[in-house]
Design a protein around this ligand. Structure first.
Ligand code: SF4
Length: 357
């Protein structure tokens, strides 16, 4: 497990963000929040994929009212995304929201900020300050000329200052930019400037393919520095894909304990089996496994046995058949047509064993 930079722990529903806890995966619903049925259905799909906290937009009264019913039907913490309107924040809090994403400096008059902070304090609800390079305050744009990492950190400190003045400290901060180097610099500087947990994200990262690469580049760099207590990948795609990418990214750094990992080779001229379909099917099969097993799918005996030794279970292809390895030992040869089903059976056995111990 990579070293994590310890931050102030902040409670969100039944979870704690920061401290020395694991990085928590978040996503955001694409449904109209007021459409309770569709929103709950999407949240259930996200939860099944491994999402641990979910955000919904609260952009009108109907959305704020829907929070109450949505909360009854889900089990992961729910976050209200609110811009400017403190009345919506108060309604969401009243209706049982677990966290509010709002920038106190954008709420308006002090009494309004105080009302939101008081309501959050009374119910132990944290506030996420969401700094975005694309919507920095005018005074910062005037000072810096254009969005910079320094301006983003100053914006975060400006909003943090407002909350701290009201003796409110259950704060989480994000500093999102669509420009990867800018986001990396902003988060890195922020980690030295304050001790509140960081919610990592590259905003408007793009489509499933390009957004995944961009997010992995930016967030991978930050995770490798030990930064980040919670994470969201922003994709122009089904949000379930965001959760899958988050899990895969955290796996790359050994930052997730409840996920299975696949190792598969790129294939070459030595290949004698249909490895691509086997690898894809295995990937799909292990996606919902919640124990940290490693499965390897290799095309031939050149690297197969070596990789299989590092894995809990693996196959190495041969002409029309494959060798099955368990904990580094070849257990049997299997005809190609039965390779996938045999591998799945072995995976099930190992998972069952993990779950019992
Ligand atoms: Fe090629 Fe075998 Fe390596 Fe796969 S494991 S890339 S088939 S040499």
């Amino acid at each position: 497990m990579y070293h994590r930079t310890e931050t102030r722990p902040v409670r969100v529903g039944n979870l704690t963000i920061g401290g020395s806890n694991e990085v928590i995966i978040q996503s955001m619903c694409t449904t109209k929040t007021a459409d309770v049925k569709a929103t709950v259905a999407e949240i259930h799909r996200l939860e099944e994929a491994g999402c641990q906290i979910v955000r919904v937009t609260v952009n009108n009264k109907e959305a704020a009212e829907a929070i109450k019913e949505i909360k009854k039907q889900i089990s992961i913490p729910l976050v209200a995304d609110i811009h400017f309107d403190y009345r919506l924040a108060l309604m969401a809090i009243e209706n049982g929201i677990d966290k509010v994403r709002i920038n106190p400096g954008n709420i308006g008059r002090r009494e309004k900020v105080e009302a939101v902070v008081k309501a959050c304090k009374e119910r132990g609800i944290p506030i996420r300050i969401g700094v975005n390079a694309g919507s920095l305050e005018n005074h910062l744009l005037e000072k810096y000329g254009y969005p910079t990492p320094e301006a983003m950190v100053e914006s975060a400190l400006f909003h943090i200052g407002i909350l701290e003045e009201l003796d409110f400290h259950d704060i989480i901060v994000s500093l999102k930019a669509s420009d990867v180097p800018m986001a990396i610099a902003a988060y890195t500087q922020a980690a030295s400037a304050f001790n509140y947990p960081l919610h990592l994200g590259i905003t408007e990262a793009g489509t499933l393919f390009s957004g995944t690469v961009k997010s992995a580049a930016g967030l991978g760099t930050l995770l490798s520095k030990g930064l980040g207590s919670t994470i969201r990948i922003s994709l122009s795609a089904d949000p379930v894909e965001e959760v899958k990418v988050c899990r895969e990214l955290l796996k790359s750094f050994g930052l997730i304990t409840n996920a299975a990992t696949l190792v598969s080779c790129p294939t070459c001229g030595r290949l004698d089996i249909d490895l691509f379909s086997i690898a894809n099917e295995v990937e799909e099969y292990i996606a919902k496994i919640k124990v940290p097993i490693k499965v390897s799918v290799l095309g031939c005996a050149v690297n197969g046995p070596g990789e299989a030794r590092e894995a809990d279970i693996g196959i190495a292809g041969a002409r029309g058949e494959g060798m099955l390895f368990r904990y580094g030992e070849m257990i049997r040869k299997v005809p190609e047509a039965e390779l996938l089903s045999e591998l799945k059976k072995e995976i099930d056995t190992i998972v069952a064993h993990y779950e019992q111990t």
